[in-house]
Design a binder for this molecule. Sequence first.
Ligand code: ATP
Ligand code: MG
Length: 266
Amino acid sequence: MDKAQDREKRSLRGIVPENHPRRDSILVRERLVEAMEEDVVVPQGLIAQGRGECFDYLIGEQTRDFAKKAIRYAALLLVKARNPVISVNGNVAALVPREVVELSKAIPAKLEVNLFYRDEKRERAIAKVLREAGAQEVLGVGENASETIQELFSERRRVSKEGIFSADVVLVALEDGDRTEALTKMGKKVIAIDLNPLSRTSMKATVTITDNIIRAIPALKNEVINVKKMREEEIMEIVQNYDNKDTLREAMKYISRRLDQLSLDL
Ligand code: ATP
Ligand code: MG
């Protein structure tokens, strides 16, 4: 059986009933498995998604107020940045390729492939996905990732000189705690999209968006468009009132209150 036939056989699209309560989630999993077969996602990416799904369950699979607040501030940082860069890994390319390209155009920001498990074949596969989704330039592939983040060791520290290395604002998703910390130590503002408010990434980022990338990236694009129309006084108010620890506290309290309520409703 060739790869296409195998995929056809496994394809859940026609098998999962339209009214299956977990249909969307099952189809997202299927999309990641397909992306793994195309060398875009690594097996560890599937595990990361599983961890994310767990937290998505806890927040009720919706963009909550704490995430909306973070998205608004993140949009502002991206619009005001000198050199904003969106870091793209396998899961991002598999789940929101078109949306991430649209976001980069709305800001405008550069796109850079940046992988935890670096491998040129995968870098090229991800860059291809992004180009097919409309990206004109994709940084971080092969020799382009020639600069190093001093705090990190091994291949994980390679970044693009005109991209993440010289960026003042970097958007990351499903990122590792060490790398987030290294970027903030370099003086960069880091916007993290991470469903787990307890992860080291969530704690170390300048702005943490506790939401699923599938919802957060399109919401961020809409906010970028809104922020561009704002008056300076409105912008100052957002900047002065934002505190990432408060936002994380709100996310944690929300989960705790929600579980309390659900336990009463049983
Ligand atoms: P850290 O090193 O920051 O403590 P970790 O080791 O738990 O984090 P990784 O496995 O390195 O995390 O990265 C995956 C992170 O991305 C997890 O915190 C997970 O909740 C989050 N995540 C997974 N899928 C999604 C998604 N679709 N949208 C948003 N976040 C997600
Ligand atoms: Mg980690």
